[in-house]
Design a protein around this ligand. Structure first.
Ligand SMILES: [Ca+2]
Length: 147
């Protein structure tokens, strides 16, 4: 027969296992994105799931604004950040939304990205749709010329 103390230890171990399991569940792609995109920045990656050529840390991050992604590269790579992003994350902090545009200098169609959100695959996203490999400029709301 199990003693009361033994049962209590087993219950505590089960509770601990549940906590660990919960932690695993919380390690979503979104959280992975946040871990590579520093607080205060808006980040894009060339490929889906917040990666560039299989590397999560190969991203292009901006602060305030970038009027033209042309001439910028995903960190540690020679891949152009223009018209290539397939995933993005707004880790601007506070409540700063970021507006992304299909053309340079806040041109063309825009899409609002609320703080603390992003998309893991623009090729399959329906909201926004048809944004894969099209981002050319991005602005924090305080620096956006149209909003
Ligand atoms: Ca892409």
């Amino acid at each position: 027969m199990m003693g009361t103390k033994t049962r209590r230890v087993i219950a505590q171990a089960a509770a601990a296992a549940l906590l660990v399991g919960g932690g695993v569940v919380l390690a979503s792609p979104a959280q992975a994105a946040s871990s590579h995109c520093s607080v205060g920045y808006f980040c894009i990656w060339r490929d889906k799931d917040f990666q560039t050529d299989g590397v999560g840390t190969s991203l292009k991050s901006i602060y305030y604004s970038l009027a033209n992604y042309a001439g910028s590269y995903y960190s540690g790579t020679s891949f152009s950040a223009n018209d290539s992003a397939s995933s993005f994350w707004n880790r601007s902090g506070t409540s700063q939304s970021v507006y992304i545009y299909k053309y340079a200098d806040a041109g063309g169609v825009s899409f609002k990205v609320p703080a603390g959100s992003g998309r893991n695959n623009l090729a399959t996203s329906l909201d926004p749709a048809l944004w894969n490999d099209t981002i050319s400029s991005a602005y924090f709301q305080a620096y956006d010329p149209h909003h």
